[in-house]
Design a protein around this ligand. Structure first.
Ligand code: TRP
Ligand code: ZN
Length: 864
């Protein structure tokens, strides 16, 4: 709670102190009830070091019923309870504390701690949710073994689940039953989980490399088992991959996943009992897109990989979050790349980084991947900690090479299995195992902001020599010291041949830029070459290079690396859009023509090559964002291309539509490119032809990917067709909120006079539920992120709509509120009147009573 004299307090990394007490074991019992669940915790506590400090346990929204120490009830002068703590003044060096408290899961809309999702009880404890269940040392460096007893009504809650192994079940009086679980691996409380409900279960089995049998179980809402199969397959592939690539096996006899509808984020890696947003479990071709399938595969892998990078080796404190998240994202990215198209995976990761992380790193909430100051920990599950964190691990991988990187991982586990450690411990293991000095590299862990690398080169015909000059700077943090930047480089000739880069004949090389300015010389370069810099995006930087437009297009045409091709295409389009300069339109057009005529190979990559950068990505390239100006340039480019290429696009569409391949990988590519072609066409003036194609695609296809593609095209090309198809979709899927999220998301992106009133109306649609974060993100989230012209309306009504939603969520679910506020935070970068209007909304928010620490932290940072 916030009042003027009780402002949320920041915590600093530099103040870290090891705990005064540890808890080695907890015996936890939960008697589940909607309004008053009774929790009994028996804690084995031991003093650490030589001190007589009181024992201070964390607790929040708890009602204490009783407390006893080594079997004797405490007198009221022996302890004190506050809003945030239970303090016991004096305890022996070793003791057992028994605490009984009550909580009300049904009233908990924050989806943190113990809450109800539809009919089921479930928990979310990361980062600091365990303190909403019982009094505890709620910090990741306190590791305990757990024994958990769950008691609930058998008819309503046939399944009672917790971490580890099931050791006992039984019936009780009055229709109640119980289950006892034991988790042998000491863990921090953020990995605790408990679930009670009535589910359908998909079961399978996995035999580990050392021949142990693991029971796999996915729990879903009744009637949904067939939609869990892709998740199960993904899980088995992840388990195999971690054995093959890292030699890491699963360590318990059972691995459970529970899908719930009410969930703040993607999923949670609780030991042996993952909880998932149902969005990342449920899929079939009729109701989920290929993108959804891909997302499920990667989130399932991510949570599974946490079992070693996160659970077996965990974080010392929350400032070290990237220790587990950056590393685990890197691992899931590599898994996805191995399962599908490496180039397309890389493109999508970089696209996300540029549109989300770069703006975060340039805004008021900028922080290094290891933050140093935190008010609300939930605010630091960010693109920076996760995705830039993964890029930092990737750079270590690039600098060390696969084999040394693996040695480093082995050493990390050898040293730290069962411990709570820091990012420095990780880097130390990498350094010791490889013999490569990473001292300067560590700056990536404490310097925020995106470095800009500027590159220029000169070719000396007489000497057959190319000189490349590179320099680095950080525009948001000019005082930063130079980072270690691996620059993966390739040369291609002007007619597209790959040119050996050094005397060993290598096709590519990694240069190390670790000073402000450096030059590199390349000898025996027989003819002029085009350098392809940052191949595979070898460092999370912005690149400024004086490269002619036509050379960019040559890279698109000829480079071996799919990522490099896309990246050059993005740079080219960015220049066209930001300068409004159409001098190379013919070349651009013929390149696309050639692409559309060659419908073999990686079609998903072609779809990416046809993707025009969006306003989020472009915003990072300008000093001042004029939304209407940039968006109209984007639209103009799309229109010109669509009209100039309509014949080729229609031909390609038909060829793709007639593709009779049986190969699922190929079909994913066919669908991606077909949708992309149709969407581009929708910007042309051939409205009738496109409407016909879109309608036919919607009605005749049996995949959600194609139906959604048709809807998106209709939305651009034909308002009445769009309305007709949307009505059909609503009738068909209104019973399923998860599927309706696609529909809410589409309407949220419609740009017309009725946008705002439509949004209001949709909030009382029968499939909408304001307490469900997926619905809110689908409607409000899509509106603020992907409807630039309506959100940034010059009358300010788009911003006002967001603010009312934030004020509502501030009370019920501050975590979700705090994620939605993002677009307002970078108000300073916008032109007027947007800038002033956004500032006013932030001001309004800062005056809200009881502003949650989540919003407080961001609003204050943005206004200061
Ligand atoms: N650790 C989780 C992951 O990355 C994410 C997570 C953190 C989370 N806090 C959460 C998920 C709160 C749901 C709710 O996999
Ligand atoms: Zn994670």
């Amino acid at each position: 709670m916030t009042t003027t004299h009780d402002l949320p307090q920041a915590k600093y990394l530099k103040d870290y102190q090891s705990p005064d007490y540890t808890i080695s074991h907890i015996d936890l019992e939960a008697r589940l009830d909607d309004m008053s669940t009774q929790v009994t915790a028996i804690l084995d506590i031991e003093r650490q070091g030589n001190h007589q400090k009181p024992l201070m346990l964390d607790g929040s929204d708890l009602e204490l019923i009783s407390i006893s120490l080594d079997g004797i009830a405490l007198m009221s002068d022996q302890y004190v309870v506050s809003e945030t703590h239970l303090t016991v003044y004096s305890v022996p060096d070793k003791c057992q504390l028994r605490i009984v408290n009550q909580i009300s899961p049904v009233q908990n809309k924050s989806l943190e701690g113990l809450y109800k999702s539809d009919g089921a009880f479930c928990t979310q404890c990361e980062a600091e949710g365990f303190r909403r269940i019982t009094y505890y040392l709620d910090r990741p460096d306190v590791l305990a073994t757990y024994h958990t007893t769950i008691v609930a009504k058998e008819s309503e809650y046939p399944y009672l689940l917790s971490n580890g192994n099931l050791v006992e079940t039984g019936s009780l009086e009055q229709g109640y039953h119980y289950a006892k679980w034991e988790d042998p691996f000491p863990k921090p409380c953020y990995l605790f989980a408990l679930v009670a409900g009535n589910f359908d279960k998909l079961s399978d089995e996995f035999v580990t490399a050392s021949q142990r049998q693991v029971q796999l179980e996915i729990y879903v809402d009744q009637g949904n088992v067939s939609r869990a199969e892709h998740a199960m397959d993904s899980l088995k592939r992840s388990m195999r991959w971690d054995e093959e690539v890292y030699g890491l096996e699963y360590d318990l006899d059972r691995y459970m996943i529970v899908a719930v509808d009410f969930f703040n984020m993607g999923a949670m890696e609780n030991k042996g009992l993952n909880l998932f947003n149902s969005k990342y479990v449920l899929a079939d071709k009729k109701s989920a897109t290929d993108t959804d399938y891909h997302g499920i595969e990667s989130v399932i892998a991510h949570e599974y990989f946490h079992n070693w990078t996160g659970n077996r080796v965990t974080c010392r404190d929350w400032f070290q979050l990237s220790l587990k998240e950056g590393l685990t994202v890197f691992r899931d990215q590599e898994f996805s790349a191995d399962m599908g198209s490496r180039a397309v995976n890389r493109i999508q990761q970089v696209d996300l980084l540029r549109s989300r992380q770069f703006s975060e790193d340039a805004g008021p909430m900028a922080h290094p991947i290891r933050p140093e100051k935190v008010i609300e920990m939930n605010n630091f599950y960010t693109a920076t900690v996760y995705d830039k964190g993964a890029e930092v691990i990737r750079m270590i991988h690039t600098l060390l090479g696969q084999s040394n990187f693996r040695k480093g991982m082995d050493l990390y586990f050898e040293r730290h299995d069962g411990q709570a450690v820091t990012c420095d411990d990780f880097v130390q293991a990498m350094q010791d195992a490889s013999g490569i000095d990473l001292e300067q590299f560590k700056r990536w862990y404490f310097q925020a902001g995106t470095p800009t690398v500027s590159a220029s080169w000169k070719y000396d015909v007489d000497q057959n020599q190319l000189t490349l000059s590179l320099s680095q700077r950080n525009d948001s943090f000019p005082e930063n010291k130079p980072s270690v930047i691996p620059v993966k480089l390739q040369f291609i000739s002007e007619d597209g041949q790959s040119i050996a880069i050094n005397t060993q004949g290598d096709q590519s090389q990694v240069l190390i830029l670790n000073e402000s300015t450096q030059t590199f010389q390349f000898d025996r370069i027989e003819s002029p070459v085009i350098p392809v810099l940052f191949e595979g995006f070898s460092a999370p930087v912005k690149l400024e290079q004086t490269i002619p437009e036509l050379d960019l297009l040559r890279i698109v045409q000829y480079a071996q690396d799919g990522f490099a091709r896309w990246d050059a295409m993005q740079s080219f389009c960015t220049r066209v859009i930001l300068t409004g300069e159409l001098s190379y339109f013919d070349e651009h057009k013929s390149l696309y023509q050639a692409l559309l005529q060659k419908l073999d190979g990686d079609l998903e990559l072609y779809a990416e090559l046809l993707e025009i950068p969006d306003i989020q990505t472009l915003a990072e390239q300008v000093d001042e964002i004029d939304v209407f100006q940039i968006q109209s340039q984007i639209d103009a480019l799309k229109e010109s291309l669509a009209n100039a290429l309509s014949k080729e696009l229609i031909e390609a569409y038909h060829l793709l539509n007639d593709d009779k391949s049986q190969d699922e990988r190929r079909l994913v590519g066919v669908r991606a490119l077909k949708n992309q072609v149709l969407l581009l066409l929708a910007h042309s003036s051939e409205q009738d032809a496109i409407s016909e194609l879109a309608k036919l695609q919607y009605t005749s296809s049996d995949t959600m990917t194609e139906q959604l593609g048709a809807l998106k095209a209709a939305k651009v090309a034909n308002t009445s067709l769009f309305a007709e198809l949307m009505k059909d979709f609503d009738t068909r899927w209104q019973h399923d909120g998860l599927i309706m999220d696609k529909w809410f998301g589409l309407y949220a992106q419609v740009d017309d006079d009725d946008t705002l009133s439509r949004l209001e109306k949709l909030q009382s649609h029968r499939s909408y539920n304001p307490d469900n974060p997926n619905r809110v993100r689908a409607l409000i989230g899509q509106f603020i992120m992907n409807n630039p012209k309506q959100f940034h309306r010059p009358d300010g009504k788009g911003y006002a709509l967001l603010t009312s939603e934030l004020i509502r969520l501030n009370e019920s679910n501050p975590q979700v509120a705090s994620r939605l506020i993002t677009p307002l935070l970078s108000w300073k970068k916008y032109s007027q009147p947007q800038k002033k209007l956004m500032q006013m909304e932030l001001q309004r928010l800062s005056e809200v009573d009881n502003l949650s620490p989540d919003l407080y932290e961001k609003v204050e940072a943005a206004l200061s």
